[in-house]
Design a protein around this ligand. Sequence first.
Ligand SMILES: *[C@@H]1O[C@H](CO)[C@@H](O)[C@H](O)[C@H]1NC(C)=O
Length: 260
Amino acid sequence: MRPLLLCASLLALSAAPALAQGRRRTAAQPSAPRRRPASRVVPARTTPAPEVPEFESECPLRDGVFADAFQCDRYYECRDYVITEKLCPDGLVFNDISPTLGRCDQVFSVNCTGREELQEAQPTGDCPRQNGYYADPDPTNCGTFIHCVDGVSNRVECPSGLVFSLQMGTCQWPDQAGRTGCSSAEVLAFECPGAGDPRLAGAPADLPLHPRYADPADCQFFFSCLDGVVPRRHGCEQGRVFNDETKQCDKPENVPECNY
Ligand SMILES: *[C@@H]1O[C@H](CO)[C@@H](O)[C@H](O)[C@H]1NC(C)=O
């Protein structure tokens, strides 16, 4: 962690390498005039000061926001060549879209490669940081996540059969989320028959690419097996149940074995 009690001029100096990187992105634009703060270089004068003082700014542009080169949640704001160091709210990171559109954003929307440092986390309750989306503290709760806003947590359930993805920060199919302990087999308690599907033995060409199977636990649901092997659980729309004969969602009266 960088000390917090740096004086303003040191802050400006520490900004220099960051902005050197930020400048690369704006290389196509005309470079900002290099000026020098009057207080730094102009000695006390007896003669009247020039109308436009010599002035140097660390700002690559007169106005805009610029990413820090090392710390993903730190950025710099320039207003009329005056630079101010800023920190995103804990848990958010700076999205370096452009000098005008840059903003603090969810970590899943930003590539922090090369500037991985972050401010010290301020955890409260279930929130490891004040803002963001986090897996349930209990890793066996694959389909639950914690949404934190200013330190206030909200527990959210993924739609049935989905798993919170640590990479994407959203609910995804278990095979896409790829979390250990949260595989399709573990979450869905269902294994695709694969080569064990009797239809495969009889007429392989007839087997659909993603064959469907009834969910033995709930006839409103069914599994489709991606490429015959990876199960995904789907629900029929409200008021319909899965017909294992037709492999479609159907009216309950056509599926008497389901006590809907
Ligand atoms: C993130 O940025 C790095 C460096 O600029 C790049 O190599 C990498 O491919 C990017 N990753 C993603 C997911 O875009």
